[in-house]
Design a protein around this ligand. Structure first.
Ligand code: ADP
Ligand code: G6P
Length: 455
């Protein structure tokens, strides 16, 4: 059987246990644990000496090859182009995008360096699976080094519509480089469609069935929505039921209802609108005052990128204003925490809550939405309130209460409905959603992608 080589910017061995890993690391780690392989990526460190060789170590059946970035690489590739241009643009925030030509050059250079590192570890029948926006030109860099292996690419974040993508000055070169892969996977069918639209309209590609043809290259494209391991999450959610933090949460709530939200502190997550919606609920439905608490767990992310510092300040001021207005001696409406928790604890918080509030303005998938449902007790499940702009909406729109995160009053109404939902309806929705989570689980995601890449 062929060996699997995974390449991603963020690698689990370094980030696990540290603040919020994000969906990529959580998903890829579970997928790789099941079948073993090599994982190549950044070790999370910035190094002054650029010529350090890659570090290798093994954990169970995964062999890690990790490299440090120089300060300049970090600034140009990670902070500059990946998180200063690609992330905001692909999440439709072109107002936050800051294109600098030398950042783009640095981005391509790091992709070449990673490809170079790969050449010394690769065997001819290895299958290479590249992940996410940091590494779009990685496949092309491999091809120019003579690597002929099967190489697949999976984008964890949305693929924007062509008119938005074209705001990136190097859009054409960037998308052309995606055509060096054998398979390009996206989270949803609408991401696939946006890619086909761009390649046919702006590159003159031909689209036939599940293939895009550009010159002499044929690229298979498809939607591979990333899943979770629902049974494992359900087990995790019960593990911490007697832990001190969970007891402290319960004690603080004093039998009040709990709405819970967990996100990296990112402007794409719709946090301000969410807090506004919660305030709107208190304003328009006075019966909830003093009776319900919103717990928002939001560990800081990418704090050296300006847009992230800005959203943090805005959120602090919004939370402060709302709490200042509504807090009573015995009740604080919003508990806002910039920290991360162990996975088992997070899942146990989900389990004791009545509502999971997941309202991104744009999101590739949003694994939290899936984890929330999988953590619920079948006999008394909480309700998922979900944004229609999360990739997860494509699978979960029938079981979740769907909201438009730009409609603050609409979100408040849905919160009211979720808090009052009869047990029978909650159970029906939960069972429907669990059926979907089990059917499209993490192994299905991995196996479908790898089978399509191999065939
Ligand atoms: P993103 O990939 O944009 O961060 P996702 O919702 O897809 O968003 O994935 C986030 C992952 O990180 C989930 O598995 C979630 O449980 C985890 N996570 C998010 N916030 C925290 C936190 N505060 N502490 C621990 N894990 C977190
Ligand atoms: C999202 C991205 C991942 C990234 C994660 C955490 O999930 O899709 O590629 O690893 O956020 O962000 P960070 O910048 O800390 O790696």
């Amino acid at each position: 059987m062929s060996r699997l080589i995974v390449v991603s910017n963020r690698v689990a061995s370094i980030t696990e246990g540290k603040s919020s890993a994000g969906g990529l690391v959580v998903g890829v780690l579970d997928a790789l644990r099941g079948m073993g392989g090599i994982w190549l990526g950044w070790n999370g460190e910035i190094e002054t000496d650029p010529v350090q060789p890659p570090l290798t170590h093994s954990e169970k059946n995964i062999d890690f090859i990790t490299v440090a970035l120089t300060q300049r690489e970090y600034d140009q590739y990670y902070r500059g182009f990946s998180n200063g241009v690609l992330w905001p643009t692909f999440h439709y925030r072109i107002d936050l995008s800051r294109y600098i030509r030398r950042d783009y050059s640095g981005y391509r250079a790091v992709n070449r360096r990673f490809a170079q590192i790969l050449t010394s570890s690769i065997a001819s029948d290895d299958i290479i699976w590249v992940h996410d926006y940091h590494l779009i030109p990685f496949g092309q860099a491999c091809r120019s080094l003579g690597i002929k292996n099967k190489i697949g690419f999976f984008l964890h974040i949305p693929f924007p519509s062509p008119s938005v993508l074209r705001t990136i000055p190097s859009h054409q070169e960037l998308v052309e480089s995606m055509c060096a892969y054998d398979l390009v996977g996206f989270q949803t069918q609408s991401d696939v469609q946006a890619f086909i639209d761009y390649t046919t309209r702006h590159l003159g590609a031909i689209h036939i069935g599940d293939t895009v043809r550009l010159g002499d290259r044929s690229i298979k494209v498809g939607a591979y929505p990333i899943g979770i391991q629902p049974e494992q999450i359900r087990t995790l959610s019960k593990e911490s039921r007697h832990s001190k933090p969970l007891d402290a949460l319960r004690e603080g709530l004093q039998h009040r209802k709990l709405i819970v939200s967990v996100d990296r502190l990112d402007y794409s997550k719709g946090l301000i609108e969410r807090f506004d919606a919660f305030e709107c609920l208190l304003e328009s439905s006075p019966q909830h005052r003093g009776k319900v608490t919103l717990v928002q767990i939001a560990p800081p992310s990418r704090q050296d990128v300006q847009g992230y510092r800005q959203i943090r300040r805005q959120l602090e001021s919004t939370a402060g204003r709302i709490n200042g207005k509504w807090t009573e001696l015995s009740w604080t409406p919003i508990r806002y925490m910039n920290r991360s928790y162990e996975r088992t604890l997070l899942m146990s918080f989900f389990r004791v809550s009545q509502v999971g509030l997941v309202t991104p303005l744009r999101d590739g998938m949003n694994l939290v939405a899936k984890e929330y449902v999988a953590s619920q007790p079948a006999e008394d499940p909480g309700v998922l309130v979900l944004s229609e702009f999360a990739g997860a909406a494509a699978e979960m729109h029938e079981g979740a209460l769907m909201v438009n995160p730009y409609d603050v009053q609409g979100m408040a109404d849905s919160l009211d409905r979720a808090l009052n939902m009869p047990l029978e309806e909650r159970k029906q929705r939960y069972e429907h959603l669990m059926g979907i989570l089990k059917k499209n689980n993490l192994s299905v995601w991995r196996d479908r992608f790898l089978n399509d890449l191999g065939s």
